[in-house]
Ligand binder design. Structure first.
Ligand code: ADP
Length: 431
């Protein structure tokens, strides 16, 4: 039993998944659990117990025969989901702040200390959550420790309080380039609650002994730092060289490009996460599949797409949006959707919409390049639109680079790859 297996877990908005891989990245086992709910009221039960229960349910779901072969574990969580923990007792000091929750009360204070347009200058940033907690609580401040959802779940496994990764920590104000909290943050009284930060996928410690004994995991299993759910989904595509990108064609269009240079531009909502010695540059447009779904059923989409000749450019010039306003690659809060003229033929109409979205995608990659990012070389595709082969061909023509469907898009798979990186590092450090 020398096979080194890696376990990744993804804690998303409605449930959690796991993926177990071998060193070659082959999936040996995977599973999903919805968060338990209180059926009597239909309300989700308290998140702390819910996530903890789901974590251990997933560990139980991992087939018994694999458990002793697992060398490392990593977890991703929703970005900016924040918990304040009592460092002495390990108990949560209040309920978690969810990823999309806003703390407008803290925003003026945060804006007054942070540089203009910094990522923390949004009501839902982790820093606003920390400041809001700090202002609302009188006691427990001395022992308060801030943890992101992934940090906390990993802590349940390794037991060392106050460790995070620089992907999760970006929205609390950590500077991944200088590898420290900036002076304007360090000088605040609440900075003592901030976790220490290391790279995603770095070994933190051994899996706790009571867990290894109770569940039959190896005593040598290491627990590694995690990342955010959207970064884990990018990692899953294994786009590991500068110039490789992942376009997500879901309700909206999101692009992520691996670059040697860091790009940040608040006007366009473009910002960069660090991935070792590279930068993951991301931007999101309001165009995307939501408009398609308003016009066609998924069956119609399949059937009409079949009839499109993807080598032929559509002369229709649309800007499909569901509402008013666009951010990237055009920053215009007043922009109106443009879907006229509508031709008599639905095939032509769909062709025009898909081609227009492809042009917006191309413009997005061009804009990143103009800002200084590594030029795009190859695009992997994720999301509901990725199954459309004709669209893929059209995008390849419009983008001028190879476009394919990503082999893996599950964040849990990306987390498992982080765990794999963690054992490689552990071996190097102990060699
Ligand atoms: P999200 O998670 O963002 O809601 P998904 O990744 O599940 O979205 O993708 C759903 C989108 O995929 C829908 O908006 C739908 O219009 C689009 N979609 C589904 N089938 C096709 C298809 N054959 N061609 C293009 N788009 C499609």
């Amino acid at each position: 039993a020398t096979e080194r297996l890696c376990l990744g877990m993804d804690f998303g908005t409605s449930g959690a998944r796991y993926a177990l891989i071998d060193p070659l990245g082959r999936i040996l086992s995977q599973g999903k659990r919805d968060y338990p709910t209180l059926y009597s009221t239909g309300e989700t039960m308290d998140w702390v117990s819910s996530w903890k229960e789901t974590l251990f349910t997933l560990l139980h779901d991992v087939p018994l025969e694999f458990r002793p072969l697992i060398s490392s574990i990593s977890i991703d969580g929703t970005s900016a989901t924040t918990m304040i923990i009592d460092g002495n007792s390990g108990e949560a000091l209040g309920r978690p702040y969810l990823y999309n929750e806003s703390c407008p009360d803290a925003l003026p204070v945060v804006k007054s200390i942070a540089p203009e347009n910094h990522t923390v200058c949004s009501g839902s940033s982790t820093l606003c959550k920390l400041v809001s907690w700090w202002n609302e609580n009188d006691s427990s401040k001395d022992s308060a420790v801030l943890m992101h959802q992934a940090d906390w779940l990993l802590w349940l496994l390794h037991g060392k309080l106050g460790v995070s990764d620089y992907n999760n920590a970006l929205k609390v104000g950590y500077d991944p380039e200088l590898e420290e909290y900036p002076p304007w943050l360090k000088s605040q009284s609440y900075s003592r609650a901030l976790p220490s930060v290391i790279a995603p996928g770095a070994p933190i410690g051994q899996l706790k002994q009571d867990i290894t004994l109770r569940l039959g995991f190896s005593k040598d299993c290491v627990v590694c730092t995690g990342t955010t759910d959207s970064i884990a989904a990018f990692l899953a595509a294994r786009a590991s060289h500068p110039g490789k990108a992942v376009t997500s064609l879901g309700s909206t269009l999101a692009i992520k490009l691996l670059s040697t240079k860091r790009i940040d531009d608040a006007r366009y909502g473009v910002y960069s996460h660090r991935l070792d010695d590279k930068w993951l540059v991301g931007g999101a447009s309001n165009t995307g599949g939501a408009v398609l779904r308003e016009t066609f059923t998924d069956e119609q989409l399949d059937e009409l797409s079949e009839q499109i000749n993807p080598m032929e450019a559509s002369s229709l010039d649309y800007y499909p949006l569901r509402g008013i306003g666009e951010r990237f690659p055009v920053a215009d809060p007043e922009m109106k959707p443009r879907l006229h003229p509508r031709p008599a033929s639905d095939v032509e109409y769909l062709h025009g919409i898909l081609e227009s979205i492809a042009r917006i995608e191309a413009k997005a990659y061009r804009l990143l390049q103009e800002m200084g990012a590594t030029p795009v070389e190859e695009v992997f595709t994720a999301g509901g639109g990725s199954k459309n082969e004709k669209w893929m061909k059209m995008r390849e023509r419009v983008l001028g680079v190879p476009v394919s469907r990503a082999a893996h898009t599950e964040a849990a798979y990306g987390a498992a790859l982080l765990a794999l990186k963690g054992i490689d590092q552990n071996i190097r450090e102990h060699a």
